[in-house]
Write a protein that binds this ligand. Structure first.
Ligand code: NAI
Length: 340
């Protein structure tokens, strides 16, 4: 079994190569992303393995089929970058890693929240320049403030566990809520605290001092943060997005930032990230004016889709990816199959 890995970095080799050797898989590592003009690089392989910013559309699927590719392994949870219908029609199986370390993402989201609230990124830059002035670096106590968590799946729940210690009021929105929280059972209070409740999205937007996004990118959630939803938020609200860039309409966000609506915005994802994130662009001219403008706001932190990036997560991603392909080879039940 020969697997073509796309969009790889040195750390992918570190985690995948030893397990591949142990299990007898042959891996070809490509730095290029999988897209229309690179799909041909999968020639001679049986399977491709991709990451969050590879583009597997109809054309790519058609090339992969011609090359005899039998499966697409996503070494991530999200699958919004794969045309699942086209893959099914081409009889190519799509497998993902549904959960590797929800805590990794939740801990990172919290890190971004603390940083954007207390302006730690600005303080760091100042003291590197021996500027010890704290003017403009004031934040707020989080205790007794309201945090809105959009999406209470694995990462949203990890977030809820951690923030119990912050004594915040917690508002939740999810079209598929956790029943025990709605029922306010003793077990729920024990697990999540008494200050947690589901509300409709409008209430969450209106009453939250902090909003953290933990839902997938779908047709329904695309641009859920837009001109209208931003208008409903409190002035000075802090927004954290570690989910997918296109949950936020960047133009509307930029307008709101210019109007001083936000106290701070922390983005680990960006809707046009695939050209930039994970790459060293420090010697290049950045032609994405929106990204440049966003980066220029002092109350905005942008990081390069690294919320998942812990040792534990990388180990789990590598193990589950090989587990998926082994199940496929042995004709066993495909627990992590993604269907249209
Ligand atoms: P999950 O599938 O366990 O939970 C997602 C939750 O969102 C579900 O409870 C679902 O009902 C809910 N949801 C669906 N539509 C919604 C809507 N319109 N409004 C509010 N909630 C809605 O997924 P998990 O593991 O918690 O991951 C969430 C997202 O985090 C992923 O889809 C992915 O985009 C992102 N992610 C980002 C990473 C990073 O490194 N920045 C790493 C891993 C995931």
């Amino acid at each position: 079994m020969k697997i073509a890995f796309f969009d790889t970095k040195p750390y992918d080799k570190v985690w995948f190569e030893p397990i591949a050797k142990e299990k007898g898989f042959d891996i070809v590592f490509h730095e290029e992303k999988l897209k229309n003009n690179t799909a041909i690089m999968a020639k001679g392989c049986d399977v491709v393995c991709i990451f969050v910013n590879d583009t597997v559309d109809k054309e790519v699927i058609s090339t992969l089929k011609e090359l005899g590719i039998k499966a697409i392994l996503l070494r991530c949870a999200g699958f919004n970058n794969v045309d699942l219908k086209a893959a099914k029609e081409a009889d190519i199986v799509v497998l993902r890693v549904p959960s590797y370390s929800p805590r990794a993402v939740a801990e990172y989201a919290l890190g971004l929240l603390f940083a954007i609230n207390r302006k730690i990124h600005r303080a760091y830059a100042r003291t590197r320049d021996f500027n010890y002035n704290i003017n403009g670096l004031m934040g707020m106590d989080l205790v007794n403030k309201t945090i809105g968590i959009v999406g209470t799946g694995k990462i949203g729940q990890a977030m809820m566990s951690i923030i119990r210690g912050l004594d915040m009021r917690v508002l939740l929105y999810d079209p598929y809520p956790i029943q025990e929280i709605i029922d306010k059972t003793p077990e729920s209070k024990e697990r999540w605290g008494a200050n947690v409740q589901y509300v409709d999205l409008d209430t969450l937007l209106k009453e939250s001092d902090v909003i953290s996004l933990h839902c997938p990118l779908t047709k329904d959630t695309q641009y859920m943060i837009n001109k209208d939803s931003i208008a409903k938020m409190k002035d000075g609200v802090l927004l954290v997005n570690t989910s997918r860039g296109s949950l936020v309409n960047t133009q509307d966000l930029l307008d709101a930032l210019a109007a001083k609506k936000f106290g701070g915005v922390a983005l680990d994802v960006y809707e046009e990230e695939d050209e930039y994130f994970f790459e060293d662009m420090s010697d290049e001219i950045i032609s994405d004016d929106d990204l440049v403008r966003l980066t220029s706001y002092r109350n905005v932190i942008i990081t390069s889709h690294q919320a998942f990036f812990t040792q534990e997560a990388m180990e789990a991603i590598a193990n589950v990816t090989f587990y998926n392909i082994e199940c496929f080879m042995k004709g066993e039940e495909l627990k992590n199959i993604v269907l249209p």
